[in-house]
Every structure is written in C-alpha cells, then in structure tokens.
Design a protein around this ligand. Sequence first.
Ligand code: SF4
Length: 480
Amino acid sequence: MSGTALDPRTAPVFPMAARSAMGDTQLRKNVRHATDVIQGKRARVVGEMPDWQELREAGKRIRQHTMAHLDVYLEEFERNCTKAGGVVHWARDAAEARRIIVDLVKATGSDEVIKIKSMTTEEIQLNPALEAAGIHPFETDLAELIIQLGEDQPSHIVVPALHKNRQQIREIFRTKMNLPELGERPQDLADAARMFLREKFLRVKTGVSGANFLIAETGGVCVVESEGNGRMCLTLPETLITVAGIDKVVPRFQDLEVLLQVLPRSATGERMNPYNSIWTGVDAADGPKAFHIVLMDNARTEILADAEGRQTLNCIRCGACQNACPVYRQTGGHAYGSVYAGPIGAILTPQLMEMEHAQSLPYASSLCGACYEVCPVKINIPEVLIHLRNKVVEQNGMRNVEALAMRAMGMIFQSERRFRAAQRMGRIAESPLVRKDGQGQGWIGWLPGLLGGWTQVRDLQSMPKETFRDWWEKRGTDGK
Ligand code: SF4
C-alpha cells in the first residue's frame, strides 16, 4: 500500500530534486500556507512565555547532560523497564531493528499491526519489511494514514502530510475508502478517518509505536500526540512494540516538565499536547499484556563521538526549524530524499547515512540562522552544517573540481599582481556571455559547464569596467 520509501542512497541529489519540486506550484502553495499557519500559532504561544529563553536553555542543558552520560541513562532505562515487565531489545542498525520487530510480530501470530506515527519506523523503512513478511501495517495517525492511502511519503517530521491540501485529502479518502459522496469539510474527513480506523483499533491485536521520550528513572515511555489515535494504539492491543533511537532517553521524570512545555509550542503552536501518554512496562489489569522496546543505535554512537556533530542528537523532533527554513518552505520535504527534511534533515541524514549518500544536504541551506533561532533546545544547526560541509570537502579531497578551483582562488587572493591579472582575464573571458540592458548594465544569464551552478537560479552581474582600486588610484593623492 505504501509508495517508494524515501532513501538517500537512491534519491536524486538535492539541487535536482529541489528544481522539480519548485516547478510544482500547488505543492509550494500548500507548504507555504501550512508553515505560515504553524509559525503564526507558534509565535503567539511562545510570546506568552516570559521565560521562553530560560526554558530553551534548560532544554539544551537536559539534552547535553543526557548525551554526555548516554550509556549510564540507557542502562538505567533498561533496568527499570525490565523491572516493570517490559522486554528491552538492542539493535545496532536499521536491518537488525527491522528483523527484531518482524520476528516479534510473527511471534504474536498476527498478520496485521496498527501503527502510531513514528519517524523512527520511517527511518528504518519498517513498513516495506513488514509487508515483505506478509504483515500488513495500518497507519493510524491521521497524516500518516493520508500518506499511506495516497501511496505517498512524509514531507515533515510533525505534519507528514503538510504538502497536501483538503481537496487532495478528500480525493484520497473518497477513492481509497470507497466513499463517493464524501464531503470536504474538515468534520467530514475526520469522520471518515474515524470510521475507517475504529474497526482497525478494535480488531488488530498488535501495535507498533515510536517514542518521544524514554525516562531512565522510571523505565517509562512517553508519546505525545494531538488526535488520541496514538493512545488507542498504545492501550488496546495485546502486544505493544515500541522502537526508539537511543537518543530519546531523558534522565528524570521531572525533565518532562521542561520538554513538554517547549515541544508542543514549537511543534504545532499548542500550549500542551492534547494527549500525553506515559506507560511503564505492563500491568495485569490494564493495557497491553506484552511490551517490547527496541532501542536502536543506527549510527547514533558515531554522531555522539563527533564533538561538533553531537548536538544533532539533542533534537526533540519538533519540526520548528523546518517551518522557519526559507529553503524548506520553497521545496517542501521530498526534495531532501530522506524522511528527515529541512534543516534537521540536512544535518541528521548525512550523519545517519554514510555521508557519500547525502553530500548535497549540508548545502541545502542559506545559513540564515532562522532554524537556530526557533530551535527549542538551541541546536546550532548552521554550525553543524558548516562542519558537515567541511567533511564533504575532506571526503572528496583532490578529486573534486570545486576544491581545486577554490585552491586556485586561494593562490590568486594571496597576491595583488595575480589578483589584478585574474580580473583582467575574467573581463575578457566573460565578454561573449555578457548581455546588456537599456541602461548599459551588463549581466550574465548563463555560464558553461560546472560554472553553470552560479547562474542556475539567478543572473550574475558582469564585472565593472573599472575596479575600485583602479578608480582609487586615478583619484590621485589630493583625493579628487
Ligand atoms: S533541530 Fe531543533 S527545531 Fe529542528 S526539529 Fe530538532 S528540536 Fe526542533
């Protein structure tokens, strides 16, 4: 039922994908409208908090402290979760996580699972693996349901169907739910989804969830959501399987006091998530009778070992950086070729994958800093982007034409004589490419070969006939 998974190993590079996304005016309109609305709501509820900057600082410190002692808190979580009746599994990578989950579902005898939104299951491409094993996954988060029925892919970490408008959603529901008379009011769409999902909630005996936070002190797991569908998934099945990156752990229950204030405000502009579910192991009288949690590394320890890249793991997946990013707002999420799009995707994906599969992503930013300003845990995304660009250059080494060109530029800038000669040469070399406007101004709309990158999305001014230095020298010492 699902479309082709977003995979940086097979996706086109960002500039190519962005070019085709920018040709889709409906998509751009949808993304712009949705991010405008969310940003407006966020600004209102953040503005109500006189201690917002202190909260951000507290969030940052909690996450930094956790990452500095991740091994300790993970072991503490394992001990407390096991004590409460949960079963903890460790997965080194995506393949191992998929295998563990598929085996656990098979052991229940179920050939269907209900799922609550989890970017981690998207990261490990769990749905295709379940389908290959003859197990049908039903997404129950409304946005994920739209994506699944539309055979599409998520384009935002909090609002996965942000690129779809109401009419497009109605069309998906009308055809895939076989409801030819379906209206287009939000209420009509919500009712259709409710009817469709209720039957699944009551029938399917195995649930798969993600996690927003893992609480080391209690062994509890926390999921926040807006619809209540998550809570159905977490409480109705007989077996619940949760998959979470090892970076999701927090030390104490009280840390949620900070994180559950900054997360909903940053994510959806809500003061509080309508549903905050926290469960700890199993209970004979209530909820699932078996609880498994898969703690997945998948390159996170490598990120942790990188002093500059490490802050990426502080992310609490609020999506605020995506909404604020001028690049994401033009292209939408699919152009990033990964389930993690926008600024956080541009730093997380190249670190999760081997960099060679995502070399264009650290460049998918104007470095304007809007992402850093809105991040509720103060991740300095521009700093990490530059760090990763440096890695890309190092990885490509001498083979890269751009690196050679930059080295040549460096030599030119070191010598005034060479610099002046290069200016003269440049003026001669550009002359066949320069076009004139009515005022005698010249501009270049196209450059050949590799240089074409400079004119791909804008015209270049031609070089002035006289340089500032020439002009200055001509003035003479009396300043006239
Ligand atoms: S990097 Fe910051 S703003 Fe972006 S999703 Fe993560 S926590 Fe939110």
